[in-house]
Ligand binder design. Sequence first.
Ligand SMILES: C[S@@+](CC[C@H](N)C(=O)[O-])C[C@H]1O[C@@H](n2cnc3c(N)ncnc32)[C@H](O)[C@@H]1O
Length: 215
Amino acid sequence: MLALPYKKYLYKFNGDFTICDQPVILSTPDFTRPSDEALHGDTGIAVWDAAVFLAKYLESKKEIVENRVVLELGSGLGLVGLSAARCGAKRMYLTDLPYILPTTQYNIENNKLTDVARVVPLDWNRPKDAAIAWDDVDVVIASDTVWVEELVEPFVHTLRFCTRSRRKSIRVLISNQRRSDRVLSLFMGMLEDGFVVHRELTEGNLEIYSIATIQ
Ligand SMILES: C[S@@+](CC[C@H](N)C(=O)[O-])C[C@H]1O[C@@H](n2cnc3c(N)ncnc32)[C@H](O)[C@@H]1O
């Protein structure tokens, strides 16, 4: 059982959270989780501290996403993806398991970001099934996607799929809330095969890593 640390950020996302002076509003209208959903599926209904941390980091370094095609893995309600869209992303794919995407879509519409942002189902066990124009993607982002052991391998497999054999180098930024050293070590160990990892920022137990493929 993982002990969840206290919540650092107490935003309600009802207009109190802004990126580039514009609110990012999140709601969960009519959210119901089918009983046969995957074990870890319902974590997408919360906004995790690592998402706020990464959204604010992107705001401070807008050039990372400005005019870029950005793909988010495990978007949940969409805070990071919507924030990247507010920072000027050219196109923003918010991806997750199907159970949460109608809610994510609602948030895209509610923030009037339909011109830029769209939802796409992407399961880390089958990334190649996702309807993404892969060669267009410039940047991959994810927050709080490394927390249970059994998802580490599919998540790393997905990072490999997103970045390998593309025509250009893809920038990857991951934010993490450190809960289990064992899970983080497993993740870092798997990345040693083909990736270089750089820790960009740490604040308490929140961290941002940039991950590059070895060419
Ligand atoms: C801890 S939540 C983080 C949500 C959001 N990024 C945030 O930081 O607030 C993990 C996210 O990963 C998604 N997820 C879990 N298993 C997945 C899988 N196999 N494929 C794709 N997404 C998955 C969950 O649905 C959830 O949205």
